[in-house]
Design a binder for this molecule. Structure first.
Ligand code: R5P
Length: 290
């Protein structure tokens, strides 16, 4: 088995190769003068099972992933597994308004062309993966987050909206803690309104879990609502820290006591590693279990 690290996911790819005890090859990726992507796998042959690890966000990284697949095929890869820690366009999973595309489905079709299987991490809606014709698995970060926070002084786990309530339940169950959800209404791309939870959070330390932080609007509003309801400390853990337009800076001086993310995207707070769970998914795939 050989792990190829794409430029968006190099650190995670390296960690995976070390856990799987296999060869790691960093893709050599630059840009042509006109901005088009140039990438190369600097090997004579691959002739092995190949794992390509690469986010498909931002758009240039999606192109790199497509090019890396072709390069791997041409070098004789026996099989290709795509590990896409953060799957771009997953949130546009349906036509919300007439005239819109089903972006997530299109991305699956593009990525599906030559690979043998796909592994994602906490894709926004798992049903999106059914657009792949090949085997697919979504690795869940909730148990990893629960393990990370196990020794911390948390009283209740909360999700910012009902959509993420299942995640709060898994984390709560793993930690042996109660869980609840807030109610979110999205007002614009950057603003949300949060209504209080049913649970009494007075004097409690709360852990908010979500699949992603983009502008930070959801988490900051959710934290403000919890503090207003009397919560003592509010910790935040999300899988994908996208942090658009330096959103991480919005957390300085916000009511959030601490924010941490998984290492599906690289940033200053992506300290929770999903590598072991992704490695388990790869091992079980090659053991013929899925
Ligand atoms: C929404 O359904 C997602 O789970 C996140 O809550 C959302 O994408 C976060 O976005 P933002 O940080 O911009 O509020």
């Amino acid at each position: 088995m050989i792990v190829i690290g794409g430029s968006a996911s190099m650190d995670l790819a390296k960690e995976l190769a070390s856990i799987l005890n296999c060869k790691f090859i960093p893709a050599l990726t630059t840009s042509f003068p006109d901005g088009e992507c140039y990438t190369r796998i600097d090997e004579e042959k691959l002739e092995d099972d190949v794992i390509i690890v690469q986010n498909t966000f931002p758009d240039s990284k999606l192109i790199e992933m497509l090019l890396l697949q072709d390069a791997a095929v041409k070098l004789g890869a026996k099989s290709i597994t795509l590990v896409i820690p953060y799957f771009g366009y997953a949130r546009q999973d349906k036509v919300f308004k007439p005239g819109e595309p089903e972006s997530a489905k299109i991305m699956c079709r593009l990525l599906d062309q030559v690979c043998d299987r796909v592994i994602t991490v906490d894709i926004h809606k798992e049903a999106v993966l059914d657009n792949f014709t090949h085997a697919h698995k979504d690795v869940k970060a909730a148990p990893i987050i629960a393990e990370y926070f196990k020794s911390k002084d948390i009283d209740i786990v909360m999700s910012p909206d009902i959509g993420a309530a299942g995640r709060a339940k898994i984390v709560g169950d793993c930690m042996g803690l109660p869980y609840d959800h807030l109610n979110k209404t999205r007002l614009s791309g950057t603003e949300v309104r949060i209504q209080p939870a049913t649970a009494d959070v007075r004097g409690k330390n709360v852990l908010i879990v979500d699949d992603m932080i983009s502008t930070g609007g959801t988490i900051i509003a959710a934290t403000a609502a919890l503090k207003e309801a009397g919560a003592l400390k509010v910790y935040v853990a999300c899988t994908h820290g996208v942090f658009v337009n330096n959103a991480l800076e919005r957390f300085n001086g916000s009511p959030v006591d601490s924010v941490l993310c998984c290492n599906t995207l690289n940033n200053a707070v992506s300290l929770i590693s999903v590598a072991n769970s992704v490695a388990d998914a790869i091992r079980s795939a090659y053991a013929g279990k899925w």
